[in-house]
Write a new protein. Structure first.
Length: 254
């Protein structure tokens, strides 16, 4: 059983061959797909995906930081309305992204804090999006940390020190295609992080692993990530699966 803890299977990039793409993933042993939200424009597509694959996909709900714009309060209300009437498996993906635009930093911080509070109320894990914003993310986590707060630092690309700090807040590190990149850097220190802190992800259709880098990513390529982790940790493929699957269960409760 392989768990892809972060994959945007509702993306328009899969509209032409979603059924075939899903079958390739299943043929490669991927049996659980956790689906992060972005904003209200994708909600219907997420629900259609869940309807088509009710035993395979597990939905999150949240407002992505790059979707925090002038109408962010309206978008947050959309999130709140859904988590109050439907069961989800996490609040995500949420966080702070200062790579593209710093204009809405204050609003991103407010949205992040608000959604963490909702996660704590609902006893749900959070899935964090962090780009060029480790200090800002850690500042929020320091104020919002609690015994029950848990989650995943999605697409972790930080330093060893930042990895240890993320783990100190009861977060797993989401490891995907970046670990296979020549300039990805995290492969240089990841073996200093115990496997009990790692979960697998693809972030499909983004960040395809080597040798597919630059092409559309899909969940079946998660085995390339596992192969790299086998080299890094010098343990078997099956051992990686066993530990990371259990880690995902610890986070998401299923």
């Amino acid at each position: 059983m392989i768990t892809d803890t972060h994959t945007h299977l509702y993306s328009e990039q899969f509209d032409e061959d979603r059924k075939e793409m899903m079958q390739r993933a299943k043929d490669n042993g991927v049996s659980r797909f956790f689906i992060p939200a972005i904003d209200s424009s994708y909600t219907e597509s997420m629900f259609l995906l869940e309807k088509e694959y009710p035993n395979d996909v597990f939905l999150m709900m949240g407002l992505h930081p790059t979707s925090v714009k002038e109408n962010y309060l309206e978008e947050l209300q959309h999130v709140k309305s859904w988590i109050d009437k439907k069961d989800f498996f996490a609040i995500g993906e949420i966080g702070i992204d200062l790579y593209w635009d710093k204009t809405f930093l204050l609003q991103q911080q407010e949205a992040f804090i608000t959604q963490i509070k909702w996660a704590k109320e609902k006893k749900l894990p959070i899935v964090i999006h962090c780009r060029d914003a480790f200090d800002e993310i850690f500042e929020v986590l320091e104020t919002e940390k609690s015994e029950g707060l848990r989650g995943v630092f999605h697409c972790f690309t930080g330093t060893l020190e930042q990895a240890k700090k993320a783990i100190s807040y009861n977060m797993k590190l989401g490891i995907g295609g970046v670990v296979t990149f020549k300039n990805g850097k995290i492969d240089k220190f990841l073996n200093e992080i115990d496997l009990k802190h790692i979960v697998l992800e693809t972030d499909a259709p983004y960040l395809a692993p080597t040798p597919y880098r630059g092409k559309r990513n899909e969940s079946s390529y998660i085995t390339n990530v596992i192969d790299k982790l086998v080299d890094i940790y010098d343990v078997s493929f099956d051992e990686i699966l066993k530990i990371t699957t259990q880690n995902s269960k610890d986070v998401f409760g299923i």
